[in-house]
Design a binder for this molecule. Structure first.
Ligand code: NOJ
Length: 540
């Protein structure tokens, strides 16, 4: 086990969608005790930190991303005492806990918003973004919500509009008001004092809006038939450069507590250079930035699954990062189609190897380790606001309950209970228990990769050297740390490929996407990989 650097620079983050992870009290909804019951699994799997999607009190208009109180636990998930127990049990197993901070907006049910909407002269009026209608009675500007319709909702009582980039139940806080910043920083301290190891922070790059509330310009790529939510470029309703000042302030809050981390949810479309700017400037000792530790890197989710395109993305990202910027990679989450539904079974194996061998901190989404797939939900049963309004992917499809075993309700909940979202139809065949008994399963591949990564400094710390001169549908790179070298070779083609590594002689396959090759001695001057096969090689 390598001992260099901070835990979040060596570790692997595992995202739990608490509503769908484990139901311990048989109401069809996952909860904190359920997560505690599964900690031994997570420890066995080999992950280092759990990021829990929001667990705070919420009317669930956006399934927790509409927070009604930042310092308590949603009643369906448990209590603060349950949370303390979870934290303690996780820490005993050397697993960190990250919570999900949603500072950009609250729920309309939050006490702050209730005060703010009560009258135009309430002291908290300016905590949210309120605007008069235009003189002709129309909306304050052309901003649109991600979940469809205008980003403005009229409050009949005071005659003004409040702004929301997402659901009308998620009014935006006014981050240009320093009292808002102080209030949110207070809520963060509450959890850091309690011992949480950090936060994933929702839409962290989008906290500020243009001070003059200018219209957004037309999106030149938008075509009739595309989702209306994307008709305009969101250059004025978000992405304001002054946000860096807020992020530096936020960082000082975290820096008062040792070993805490900020993972920032960023716009998916950011260029590697823009993404790199969110690490901030170098600190005095030049080994870290002064803003976000890990600005989420989603680039690979949008890149074509093709060896050349993936390598180009990784290389561009590596080049753009400041020397003190810890890279990170995400391939799936609760907002995106399931990995296996995008890449197929073979692609998912290759993706697992890629994610866990590149330089930097990987984040896995619960269920991807067993290849859970998108589940179609009948229109009249869709719960996700984005899916219901038909403005994008129905995220219910990637949020179905975790498939633990082949018993009724997959071990997620008890037999005969109606779960909050239906189980995927394949759960009797595809589940944790079944895959744990199959050495060739995707789960066992993840398990081997995670433990090998943890024990191999070259994968934790090593430099990254891409290798040229290979067949165009193959991607290989070397990782090296203090003389320890590992070669990773990935074949993205649907057929065999022969590769010649002129600089290396003999090696041994240590981990393979297709387990039967593990342990095989290979001649690197001429090695053949099967269709969609990936291998990690140690040198003889
Ligand atoms: C990003 C979160 O990941 C998503 O689930 C949520 O709907 C929006 N932010 C709004 O909070």
């Amino acid at each position: 086990m390598s001992d260099k650097g901070a835990w979040w620079q060596r570790g692997v983050i595992y995202q739990i969608y608490p509503r769908s992870f484990q139901d311990s009290n048989h109401d069809g909804i996952g909860d904190l005790h359920g997560i505690i019951q599964r900690l031994d699994y997570l420890s066995w799997l080999g992950v280092d930190a759990l990021w829990l999607s929001p667990i705070f009190p919420s009317p669930q208009a956006d399934f927790g991303y509409d927070v009604a109180n930042y310092t308590d636990i949603h009643h369906e998930y448990g209590t603060l005492a349950d949370f303390d127990l979870l934290l303690q049990e996780a820490h005993q197993r050397n697993i960190k806990i990250l919570l999900d901070l949603v500072p950009n907006h609250t729920s309309t049910e939050h006490a702050w918003f209730k005060e703010s909407r009560s009258s135009k002269d309430n002291p908290k009026r300016d905590w949210y973004i309120w605007k008069d209608p235009k003189p002709d009675g129309s909306l304050p500007n052309n901003w649109l919500a991600y979940f469809g319709g205008a980003a403005w909702t009229l409050d009949a009582h005071t005659g003004q509009y409040y702004m929301h980039n997402f659901d009308p139940g998620q009014p935006e806080l006014n981050w240009r008001n320093s009292a808002v910043q102080e209030a949110i920083f207070g809520e963060i301290r509450f959890w850091l004092e309690r011992g949480v190891d950090g936060f994933r922070v929702d839409v962290i790059d989008r906290l500020l809006k243009h001070p003059q509330f200018l219209d957004n310009p037309i999106n030149p790529d938008w075509r009739e038939g595309d989702s209306t939510a994307w008709k305009y470029l969101r250059v004025n309703s978000e992405q304001q450069p002054e946000v860096h000042r807020v992020l530096r302030d936020l960082r000082t809050v975290f820096d008062q507590y040792p070993n805490r981390v900020i993972v920032g949810e960023m716009d998916y479309g950011l260029s590697p250079e823009k993404l790199a700017s969110y690490y901030g400037g170098a600190t005095e000792d030049e080994d870290e930035g002064d803003e976000i530790h890990l600005p989420f890197h989603f680039g690979m989710m949008l890149t074509m699954w093709d060896a050349g395109a993936i390598r180009a993305r990784v290389d561009a990202y590596e080049v753009a990062l400041p020397p003190y910027g810890q890279p990170n990679y995400v391939l799936g989450n609760h907002d995106s189609p399931r990995l296996i539904s995008r890449l197929g079974v073979d692609g998912a194996r290759l993706a697992a190897m890629l994610l866990l061998t590149l330089r930097g901190t990987p984040t896995l989404y619960n269920g991807d380790e067993i290849g859970m797939s998108n589940t179609t939900i009948p229109d009249d049963q869709i719960l996700d606001p984005q899916g219901r309004n038909k403005v994008g992917f129905n995220r219910d499809e990637c949020r179905t309950p975790m498939q633990w075993d082949s018993s009724p309700n997959a071990g997620f909940s008890g037999a005969g209970i109606t779960t909050w979202l239906p189980l995927a139809p394949d759960y009797a065949q595809n589940n944790v228990a079944t895959q744990q008994n199959q050495p060739e399963s995707l789960l066992m591949l993840y398990n081997r990769l995670l433990h090998y990564r943890r024990d191999t400094p070259a994968l934790n710390w090593g430099r990254y050297y891409p290798i040229d001169g290979l067949p165009e549908d193959c991607y290989a790179f070397l990782r090296e740390y203090e003389g320890q070298k590992r070669l990773i070779v990935l074949n993205f083609a649907g057929g065999n490929r022969e590769l010649h590594f002129a600089d290396y002689n003999r090696g041994k396959i240590i981990i393979a996407t297709h387990a039967q090759r593990e342990g095989e001695a290979v001649d690197l001057d001429r090695i053949t990989l099967g269709a969609y096969e990936g291998v990690i090689i140690e040198f003889a």
